[in-house]
Design a protein around this ligand. Structure first.
Ligand code: ADP
Ligand code: MG
Length: 675
């Protein structure tokens, strides 16, 4: 099974490279390279039932072949007149001499192609056919790449199934398979490539999806159940009253609940591993601050890691305000400090002079040593690799770990992306927040939008204009610089406009952000560096240029920079893109500000596979199961996985050997991360 694909007929170096592009290296990979879709010949339609513009399969008899018409060099048009018993259909074959001569007048075939109508008569553009007496079948369609045709893949898969199929072994426990009437694995793989009909396909898909979800559930359960060690950081009943009393507002119910969960974890013997999920503006920072205060009460240091210097600086300011009056010492450690400053600060941190250390990834560098690290917070974790977040906890002896994320995703998905983390959710925004009013406009309305921004500035508020850089190249940067100049001189001469982008030095960035926070800059033209976490409640309007370049979740994050105070806020999405997907995205943005709804839509638009694509979570990959579509199946599989582990907690029974070997592989890959 681990033979390279070159053992197959007609697979040489060239085709091997093409397969590689699709992630297929071995025969096993090829067998698990499931079709993207099928041509379903099992259920042919009458021409009168077909939808113009869509692909269809019809069963039709050939009445007549018209004379081939060469339309230009190397291009011949073949036309055939067909009947489905009720109507005539004109079939057009482009350049496929073989098909044209293979099809016989008077015989009946199943034709697949794009259906259309022209002047009341039915037309079909040929793509494939089979003989009617070959019976009902579904033909697989594979994801392809330039140079690799569907027919080539079909032939290679056929050969692989024929000669290697017998090595496809069942890994699922027999008991589980029989309880759910699952097809044997080998049969399922055969049927997923070449289903004999819809029912056959359904059974195969069910079998394969079940297995994927079962393996995923099992590995999650094993991860969760793994010995996390004991922590010395046990903070029993810290006195939180001073903290609550020092806050300028009441915490939301959700914040209180999350803090309660964190404090309960901190009192335990096992180190906390918790994900705090909350929509933009839900007040995650205060929850982290509560944890820091509890750690302080227990005599421990806390570390908070943010993905950017801007964010780190902002956290430092916030925490200082809340915690320093309570005697908690807060400092900021980032890469932009001078070597000498860093050295001094690091010495003080190591000596325990600071209770809370806020910083960027400078925190995880080797020469940062803590005195008594008890609580670690990783903010906006999706910006960090799994490894980086693990590294910070290595700086202490099993410290408690809180991971914060503003990408709200459905719980089942969160469980997977974040492996073995427990989850707290902030599903409530602080009181007085208003929905950000959102508009989508074409660029010809830009002037009006700028006028609208001006009104907001005139009433003392501030605003953002976001312009995307696709590649962050020099020329694009120049475009942003020019854009900012025009905005400043042509439209807002009486206000202070500034440009913020990722190529600025960090102290320049910080200066700009500080000035913006203090209201000295009125309008901030920015690339996506404002995307995460920036909190300036006086900013009430945001205009996003080329909104089509952003994903839904990213738009939501950006928009979250406004509507953070009590004043009414606005978001204007500028886009000239008329594509279906873009329209749908902008529509969702107009309709809702609920991050969970948006995340769900985003998943639907992009597909869960894509969503996980950029994350190296190391867990079993899903090739056919869909976490959104198959959530019921997922629950069933989870139940079975639990049951199995109850009987055989570490998979020691001889009949589970295959399963154990499989899991061992996963855990080796996961060693650094998920703790
Ligand atoms: P996020 O969850 O996006 O990180 P922040 O922690 O930055 O949100 O909080 C957003 C804003 O809401 C901040 O200005 C913060 O001071 C404020 N805030 C947090 N909790 C509350 C609350 N319970 N009531 C009112 N305002 C709050
Ligand atoms: Mg935040």
């Amino acid at each position: 099974m681990s033979d390279p694909v070159t053992v197959l007929k007609n697979v040489g170096d060239k085709r091997k490279k093409l397969y590689e592009k699709l992630g297929v290296r071995t025969v096993e990979d090829l067998l698990r390279f499931y079709p993207r879709s099928y041509i379903d010949y099992t259920n042919p339609k009458l021409a009168a039932e077909c939808i113009p513009g869509e692909s269809a399969v019809i069963e039709a008899k050939v009445l007549k072949k018209l004379t081939p018409a060469p339309i230009r060099r190397n291009m011949v048009l073949y036309k055939l007149l067909l009947t489905d018993g009720f109507s005539h259909i004109m079939l057009t074959i482009f350049n496929n001499e073989y098909a044209y001569y293979d099809i016989k007048v008077g015989e009946t075939y199943l034709f697949h192609g794009k259906f259309s109508t022209m002047g009341g008569s039915y037309q079909m553009t040929f793509s494939s056919f089979i003989r009617a007496e070959d019976g009902a079948v579904m033909r697989p369609i594979y994801n392809l790449t330039e140079g690799l045709s569907n027919g080539m893949v079909v032939n290679n898969v056929k050969e692989a199934l024929e000669h290697w199929g017998e090595f496809l072994e069942d890994i699922l426990p027999l008991e589980v398979a029989s309880r759910h009437l699952l097809m044997p694995f080998r049969e399922a793989v055969q049927a997923i490539h070449f289903p004999r009909g819809k029912e056959d396909y359904d059974k195969a898909r069910y079998r394969l999806a079940f297995e994927e979800l079962f393996l995923l559930s099992l590995s999650l359960l094993l991860l969760k159940g793994r010995d996390k060690g004991r922590t010395e950081v046990q903070i029993k009943a810290p006195d939180m009253h001073p903290f609550y009393a020092s806050l300028p507002f009441d915490l939301t119910g959700a914040q209180k609940r999350a803090i309660g969960e964190i404090l309960a974890d901190m009192a335990g013997e096992a180190p906390m591993n918790r994900l705090l999920q909350g929509d933009v503006g839900s007040g995650k920072t205060m929850v982290a601050a509560a944890g820091c205060y509890a750690a302080f009460q227990g005599g421990f240091q806390s570390a908070i890691m943010a993905p950017t210097e801007i964010l780190a600086a902002q956290h430092e300011t916030t925490l200082k305000k809340v915690l320093e009056p309570l005697g908690v010492k807060v400092c900021l450690l980032t890469g932009s400090l001078s070597k000498k400053q860093k050295d001094t600060l690091r010495a003080e941190i190591a000596a325990g002079s600071y209770d809370v250390v806020v910083g960027t990834h400078a925190l995880v560098q080797k020469d940062t040593v803590f005195y008594r690290l008890g609580f670690v917070v990783t903010d906006e974790q999706h910006r960090f690799g799994v490894r980086q977040r693990g590294e910070l906890t290595q700086k202490g002896d099993h410290p408690h770990h809180l991971v914060m994320s503003a990408t709200p995703i459905p719980r089942t998905l969160a469980l997977i992306v974040y492996g073995d983390l427990d989850i707290s959710v902030l599903d409530e925004l602080p009181k007085g927040r208003q929905k950000v009013e959102t508009y989508a406009v074409h660029s010809d309305k830009r002037k009006r939008a700028l006028g609208f921004i001006k009104k907001e500035l005139a009433s003392g508020h501030q605003g953002y204009i976001v312009c995307p850089l696709i590649e962050d190249s020099e020329s694009e940067l120049m475009a942003a610089v020019r854009y900012e100049q025009i905005i400043q001189t042509t439209y807002f001469p009486e206000y202070k406009v500034a440009l913020l982008h990722g190529r600025l030095k960090s102290d320049e960035k910080e200066q700009i952000m500080d000035a913006f926070k203090m209201g000295k800059i009125h309008l901030l033209v920015s690339t996506t560096v404002v995307e995460v976490g920036v909190d300036v409640p006086n900013a009430t309007i945001m205009m996003i240029e080329n909104a089509e370049r952003f994903g839904l979740s990213q738009l939501h994050q950006l928009r979250g920079r406004v509507g953070r105070g009590s004043a009414r806020s606005y978001c204007i999405l500028v886009s000239d893109n008329e594509g279906e997907e873009n329209r749908r995205r902008l529509q969702v943005m107009k309709e809702t500000t609920d991050g969970f709804v948006i995340a769900k839509e985003d998943l639907k638009l992009r597909g869960a596979g894509d969503f996980f694509g950029d994350r190296q979570h190391g867990l079993p990959q899903l090739g056919i199961a869909d976490l959104l579509e198959d959530s019921a199946l997922f629950r069933t599989a989870q139940r079975e996985a639990k049951k199995l582990l109850q009987q055989d907690p570490s998979l020691q029974l001889p009949e589970q050997m295959q399963l154990r070997l499989y899991m061992d592989k996963i855990f080796v890959n996961n060693d650094s991360g998920l703790n």
